[in-house]
Design a binder for this molecule. Structure first.
Ligand SMILES: [Zn+2]
Ligand SMILES: [Zn+2]
Length: 346
């Protein structure tokens, strides 16, 4: 018996050798080349003369293209701007992309409820509803129905949306943790939490939401006016295969991007064991990287570059905030751990 096993084992070895020899002579099917991922900088919230902005779509697109961006979503209030002509003009070299979008601008009980629809097929009219949550949900659903990607805007504008309300909205993956408009109360106050605390409250409940930074730019003609909603305040940098609406928006809904008000990353890697962040430093600035977990707790703060965090599995989630010495910031997206991941709702 033992001998026959040995014989079987030897013939198996011979078979492996034969397969190996075959392999060395016969052409092997080459594995499909891995798509090369690139980083694309973009802004998903911008206004033009088609609602209450001060410049034409052409001028607005030109501003972003000339300032190092790769893509822009035009999102006028309840207006879907055509972008084919703009792309023919500004995207012919395939270095810049304009994506059509709309800021679906609804309200409930006098509270402004604004939801962006990115890459919509058709205009979405404000849907209304009998509560803040229902109004948000009906607009998110209407945006999805037109194949758009929703993001919920400036929750603290008009003190409209609480963390608990935001947490209840389904089929929405993105919300603004930073909006460059001067009257949107990003920082909170008077007992109302700021948007980062809102984010941590939602993540701590086990619901996964990704945080974006946007301009909400309206004013391009007064670049000196600090009280105006100017461009260049907040953006996302998305890791995607190519510069196309689907590739960019799929990556955003996977959380493969970071949000920024000025900090640039050279690389960002994360798996269930560790997170590594490499900053593209401005020589005169200094940086620290804060790793944050459940309840907004600071897990560690690193001053090395790259900054590495080793995940224990007990954090609930881990996200990173990179702080630059003059106040600019980048936020990476949360890695959900353990039970939290199972509860993730779409
Ligand atoms: Zn708005
Ligand atoms: Zn807006």
């Amino acid at each position: 018996m033992r001998n026959s096993y040995a014989a079987l084992f030897v013939s198996f070895l011979l078979f492996l050798v034969w397969v190996g020899m075959e392999g060395s002579t016969a052409p092997q099917p080459s594995p499909p080349p891995k798509p090369r991922l690139k980083w694309y900088k973009g802004n998903t919230h911008t206004h033009t003369l088609n609602s209450d902005g001060d410049s034409t779509p052409d001028e607005v697109v030109r501003w972003y293209r000339e300032h190092g961006y790769h893509f822009l979503v035009l999102t006028d209030h309840n207006f879907l701007t055509h972008v084919d002509g703009l792309n023919a003009l500004h995207g012919a070299d395939e270095k810049f992309l304009v994506i059509r979008g709309e800021e679906v601008s609804d309200q409930f009980g006098g509270k402004p409820l604004h939801i962006n629809g990115l890459h919509l097929k058709r205009l979405v009219k404000p849907q209304g509803g009998s509560s803040v949550v229902e109004t948000l949900q009906r607009n998110v659903d209407a945006i999805r129905k037109e194949s758009g990607v929703p993001h919920i805007n400036h929750p603290n504008f008009g003190w409209a949306i609480t963390a608990d309300e935001l947490r209840q909205v389904r089929n929405n993956k993105l919300f603004e943790i930073y909006n460059g408009h001067p009257h949107v109360n990003n920082q909170g106050g008077g007992g109302v939490p700021g948007l980062e605390a809102v984010w941590d409250a939602i993540l701590s409940s086990g619901k996964l939401l990704y945080g974006i930074a946007v301009d909400d730019a309206h004013v391009f003609k007064r670049p000196w006016d600090r009280g105006a909603a100017r461009p260049g305040q907040g953006w996302v940098v998305v890791r995607a295969e190519r510069l196309s609406p689907d590739a960019l928006l799929d990556a955003m809904e996977r959380g493969d991007f970071y949000a920024s008000t000025g900090v640039e990353l050279a690389d960002y890697r994360a798996d269930d064991k560790s997170i590594t962040i490499t900053i593209r430093e401005v020589p005169s600035s200094k940086y620290r990287v804060r790793f944050i977990g459940r309840g907004g707790r600071i897990l560690s703060e690193a001053v090395t570059n790259p900054a590495v965090y080793r995940i224990t599995g007990e954090e609930g989630y881990v996200r990173a905030k990179i702080l630059e010495s003059n106040g600019s910031v980048a936020w990476t997206q949360p890695i959900m751990l353990g039970k939290a991941e199972a509860q993730e709702a779409r």
